[in-house]
Every structure is written in structure tokens, then in C-alpha cells.
Ligand binder design. Structure first.
Ligand SMILES: Cc1cc2nc3c(=O)[nH]c(=O)nc-3n(C[C@H](O)[C@H](O)[C@H](O)COP(=O)(O)OP(=O)(O)OC[C@H]3O[C@@H](n4cnc5c(N)ncnc54)[C@H](O)[C@@H]3O)c2cc1C
Ligand code: SF4
Ligand code: SF4
Length: 345
């Protein structure tokens, strides 16, 4: 069975970028539909935890909850969740997109297509020396986010007890020649420090060691936030990236080998848990979609801006690493571009 549906704008990807772009286009009076391959909207950021300490630490996770509620109450924007795009034909001003959802085929027509297909966290097992997927108490920041959000507590995966001493490894999957990703993922310094702040607030007995190369600032108040982290005696900053994690099968504790620039020597330290601050890569499905639409890639492997007049637009983290706040800002700007394009036809 085939449905025909005509929309001026079609948004592909129902993460925070796609949701905000759809809401903004709707506000501008543009008939718009949203396609999401997963069963629910929200994307990666819908699973992040609140990182407030004594105060809000501006991680923006609750912005996603708010926008999800807003679009859930919006009946003017058709939402196709659990839908797979199988074909795109046509050209600028008149695209036809075929999708399947639960065995049913639909065809949507649109004058403009916005790709907001997002990112995947870097697959941490690619850094074999850190032992992710092999050593239980090595987790990614994404695992930690989900642990804090859904289990509501901090615990070591191996035995469920509170880790007293956690190491955060920065730049995992970013700025790393050995894996061919030279770009900075922009968000991992800020999210790791916010996680540390939230953990130290709830569990003052837990100490954190932040192992980094450089600290990427995020937003206007980041400087004060960073100073507060530096003044916290339970947080240690070491400007060095670890070379390897060793595991004790008896205690499940971890030994980490670090080149200590302060002492000019390689040291080994014990930790209860290691958190890998993974960066972002273009989502696998975003790559496939770009190929389907004839959209190119930039030198870092993210989506290139399509030519003006093509009726194709890209927005959000698939167009380059960015946090939720910058994704929201870009999604609104993209909606304005789409609106102008449709008016100028
Ligand atoms: C570990 C980690 C922690 C982070 N923590 C923070 C934080 O604390 N604060 C912060 O501001 N930012 C954080 N970020 C960044 C944040 O995740 C991004 O800014 C945000 O997810 C970008 O939203 P998006 O909508 O562009 O992409 P996504 O969230 O990736 O959403 C894209 C959506 O498109 C859908 N999609 C993809 N392909 C298709 C297709 N072919 N058809 C239909 N649908 C498709 C996907 O299923 C997904 O729902 C973090 C990132 C990582 C990796
Ligand atoms: S810390 Fe993050 S989720 Fe919590 S209130 Fe602040 S912005 Fe919202
Ligand atoms: S944001 Fe920080 S941790 Fe992430 S890649 Fe950039 S410098 Fe490294």
C-alpha cells in the first residue's frame, strides 16, 4: 500500500536538531514532517543525565526533555518514527522520499529536505590499549551518563560498589592520529568536567583524576566553572594521556600507565574505575543517507554543506561536532534558510 503526502519541508533525523528545526519551521508556517529511524524521538542526547551540583552546570540535557514534550504536544507536525528511507528521487523543489514503516510503504513529497541525522559516540573498543569491552570497570562517558540517569547511582560494573577513585581519559577517539581522527569533538572536556562536578557533589568521598591534552572551552560561563573544578581538592588535573590500562583479575582494580610531565617520568597509578571521554563520529546511517542524496563530506568526515538552490540542507552534529546548545542554535538558523529558500522559489 502506498500513501502520498505532500510537505514543503522534510526533516530526516529526530534528535534535538531535527526536533528544533521542525518546531521552528512549523512556527514559520511551513508544512513540515519529521522522519526518525528509531522507535522514539530524541537522538543520542535524550539519554543524558542531569549534571547539576549545588547549581545547574548548563549541560543542556533538560533542553532535550523540554523539546520532546513540546513536539509531543504538537499535532501539526506528522512524525514517522521507526521508519527507514529506501529511496529518494526528484530534484530541487520537488523530492519524493520512499520509506517503510512496519511493512507499510509511504511516499512523501517535499520541496526541501533537511538532514539532521546526527552522530555516534566513538566506538571505544577501537582503542584496544584501554580495554573497553574487555575490562569491566572501563566504561565510556555515555555508559556513565546512562548509569546515572537510569540506575540513579554511581557504581562499579564489576561489583556494584561505589568507586572511590575514578580516572577520566580525555580525547578518546578525537585528536588522535593513530585512528585518523584529528578533529576536536568540542563537547567531551565540558561533559566530563560536568560529570565530575555532579559526582563530587553527590558523593564527596569520590575523587576524580582528569587526564587531558588541552581543555576545550564551552560557552560563556565555562571559565568560572573550570576554576571551580580546579579549586576542588578532590579533582586532580594531569596534562598527559594514559598509554595503557592493566587489570587485576583478583580485585578488578585498574592500573593506569601515565607519562607524568611534572616529574618527567612514566608512573603507574591504581583506580577503581576508568571513564573514557569518547568523542563523536558521523553516524553510520547519516553516511548512507548522504550517499543516497548526493551530499558530500568535509575533510573531517562530517557532512558538507550542500550547494545553494539544491533544496538540501544539513544541520546539527552531522554537520560537525557540536553540543546541544549549538545544535539548537544551528537548527533554528537552518529553519530560517529553508523558509527563505521556499519563499524564493
Ligand atoms: C558521549 C557524549 C556525551 C555528550 N554529552 C553532552 C552534554 O552533556 N551536553 C551537550 O550539550 N552535548 C553533549 N554531547 C553532544 C550531543 O550528543 C549532541 O550535541 C547532540 O546529540 C546532537 O543532536 P543531533 O540531533 O544533531 O544528533 P543526534 O542526537 O545524533 O540525533 C540524530 C537522529 O537522527 C536519526 N537518524 C540518523 N539517520 C537517520 C535516517 N537515515 N533516517 C531517519 N533517522 C535517522 C538518529 O536515529 C537520531 O535520532 C555529547 C556527545 C557524546 C558523544
Ligand atoms: S545541569 Fe543540565 S540537565 Fe541539569 S538543570 Fe542544568 S542544564 Fe538541565
Ligand atoms: S573537547 Fe576536550 S576531550 Fe574532547 S576532543 Fe576536544 S580537547 Fe579532547
Amino acid at each position: 500500500m502506498t500513501d502520498k503526502n505532500n510537505h514543503s519541508g522534510l526533516i530526516i533525523g529526530g534528535g534535538i536538531s531535527g526536533i528544533v528545526c521542525a518546531l521552528e519551521l512549523n512556527r514559520l508556517g511551513v508544512p513540515v514532517a519529521l522522519i526518525e529511524k528509531e522507535a522514539s524521538l530524541g537522538g543520542l542526547a535524550a539519554r543524558f543525565c542531569c549534571k547539576a551540583s549545588e547549581t545547574c552546570n548548563k549541560c543542556f540535557a533538560c533542553v532535550v526533555d523540554r523539546k520532546l514534550k513540546e513536539i509531543g504536544e504538537q499535532s501539526q507536525i506528522p512524525q514517522f518514527t521507526g521508519a527507514e528511507i529506501t529511496k529518494v528521487v526528484g530534484g530541487p523543489g520537488s523530492y519524493r522520499v520512499s520509506l517503510t514503516k512496519a511493512g507499510k510503504i509511504s511516499e512523501l513529497e517535499a520541496a526541501a529536505i533537511v538532514v539532521a541525522a546526527g552522530i555516534d559516540p566513538y566506538e571505544a573498543s577501537g582503542k584496544g590499549e584501554y580495554g573497553y569491552g574487555v575490562i569491566k570497570n572501563v566504561v565510556t562517558a555515555r555508559d556513565l551518563e546512562e548509569m546515572l540517569r537510569y540506575q540513579g547511582k554511581l557504581c562499579r560494573p564489576s561489583d556494584g560498589r561505589l568507586p572511590r577513585n575514578i580516572a577520566f581519559f580525555q580525547c578518546v577517539g578525537s585528536r588522535d592520529e593513530s585512528i585518523g581522527n584529528l578533529y576536536c569533538s568540542q563537547v567531551c572536556c565540558a561533559y566530563a568536567l560536568r560529570l565530575i562536578r555532579a559526582i563530587r557533589h553527590k558523593y564527596p568521598e569520590v575523587n576524580a583524576t582528569f587526564l587531558y591534552m588541552d581543555i576545550q572551552p564551552a560557552g560563556a560561563s565555562f571559565h568560572d566553572f573550570l576554576n571551580a573544578c580546579r579549586e576542588d581538592e578532590g579533582v586532580r588535573f594531569i596534562r598527559s594521556l594514559p598509554s595503557k590500562v592493566y587489570h587485576s583479575p583478583v580485585t578488578d582494580d585498574l592500573r593506569v600507565r601515565i607519562a607524568d610531565p611534572g616529574r618527567g617520568e612514566v608512573i603507574e597509578e591504581s583506580f577503581d574505575m576508568v571513564v573514557l571521554s569518547v568523542g563523536m563520529v558521523l553516524k553510520k546511517e547519516a553516511k548512507a543517507l548522504a550517499d543516497l542524496l548526493g551530499i558530500g563530506f568535509d575533510e573531517e568526515g562530517f557532512l558538507a554543506i550542500p550547494p545553494r538552490g539544491s533544496g538540501l540542507f544539513v544541520t546539527g552534529a552531522c554537520a560537525g561536532p557540536k553540543d546541544i546548545d549549538r545544535s539548537v542554535t544551528q537548527a533554528k538558523a537552518t529553519a530560517a534558510l529553508v523558509h527563505n529558500y521556499l519563499q524564493g522559489r
